[in-house]
Design a binder for this molecule. Sequence first.
Ligand code: ADP
Ligand code: MG
Length: 469
Amino acid sequence: IWEACLQYIKDNISEKSYFTWFQPIKAVKLQDKILTIQVPSKFYYEYLEENYIKIIKSALTKNLGKDAKLVYSIMMEKNQQSENSFTVNIPSSQKAQIKVQEVEAPLFIERGVKNPFIIPGLQKLKIDSQLNTNYTFDNFIEGDSNRLARSAGKQIAKRPGGTSFNPLFIYSSVGLGKTHLAHAIGLEVKRIQAEKTVLYVSMEKFCQQFQEATKSNNRNDFIHFYQMIDVLIVDDIHFISGKKGTQEVFFHIFNHLHQNGKQIILTSDKSPVDIQDVEQRLISRFKWGLSTEIQSPDYTTRLAILQQKMEFDGIALSEEVLDYIAKNIKTNIRELEGSLNSIIAQATFNKKEITLELVEKTLSNLITNSKKDITIEYIQNLVCDYFKVSIDALQSKTRKRDIVQARQLAMYFAKKYTNASLSSIGIQIGKRDHATVLHACKTVDNLFETDKLFKSYVDDLNKKLTSDI
Ligand code: ADP
Ligand code: MG
């Protein structure tokens, strides 16, 4: 019966609303025309009652008859004791104020109306945004590596919630500027529209807050608080992996904000598809807006970052020295800044001039550490990445042209850059024998001579492989 109702509802509302509000519902009992459905939270129930009651009613009448009844069973809030679970527990001294305490982890909200989140705009939430004023757009150097993320961020700051970038999902490995950019967006929103409620929170902190709220029976207040934010920035969202309760609660908050046109900005060390141990329905939401990667900065960007930092610190370094640092510290901007700091520290401490020699000495440690040994695995990853094929495909038996080509190149580079024998290369790249590897190497040599496009692939890959050592 519920299935039939769902079908009816699905045909009558938007796919997105259906997905958000009806997909998670389970029918649990049908007795004497009383249908019991299980909803994930009290908030769900209220939202349904408020917004979809008509359509639910007609679906039920259609499938069960006129005297059909609906009972909601609420999954999450077993701890709730009071009858009216919307009474928010706040210290009585503050009851008169329509604002939250300006504390670091504000959780308590006073409400003037019964369902503040359903009637938006009736009250304003005043909170500390937790934004770091050092991380602005002004000092976020633009480069090829971050251009898309940066420009999406700028557009969002002008019209939070009003672009198709909702959520904005920024991912990269560490030290490439996710946190900086996230703060910059928040600050820019505040600069343009000071009345917007912006909140920056790391997922780690969100988890802690949620645990505390659960312990002290304030789960509802926690949810309500987050649902009143205009621009929610959650840093390092990957931290949610494996945490079921937090995922559940974040799911509801996300839905509520998104549904109400509020902006969500997420950062992660992995792309949405690569995050492990997170419910599918959350992952799919992460992909709703724009997911964009910040890559390692190129030389020019690294140099520009160094120059900016130098200016900020009020020091001057020779071009030669800057060039050396920018050439040698490649993957991580935090390291880039760190190396500059240690050079300055060394020079100050030893009362020496900053010469190339001093720089080389200071950095030798860092540089050897960031040196990568070229392994067969590394080559496979690089080749797969380059041709956008999966490792599994590369190692499979498939004879598809583009995959064969990638596989042969991986073998060729393994021969060229590692000491592995032909047969060991064969085993590691898809369990082939040494003759296959030999054949691959010859094919690559031949094509390299005759096929221009192929030659450009080899040159590109060669460059990538050698630039990292
Ligand atoms: P992530 O969050 O990705 O680990 P961060 O945002 O913490 O990286 O950045 C690491 C450091 O590098 C910070 O000090 C940040 O200010 C600096 N940084 C990153 N990207 C840029 C950039 N494009 N321009 C200037 N500084 C940057
Ligand atoms: Mg960060």
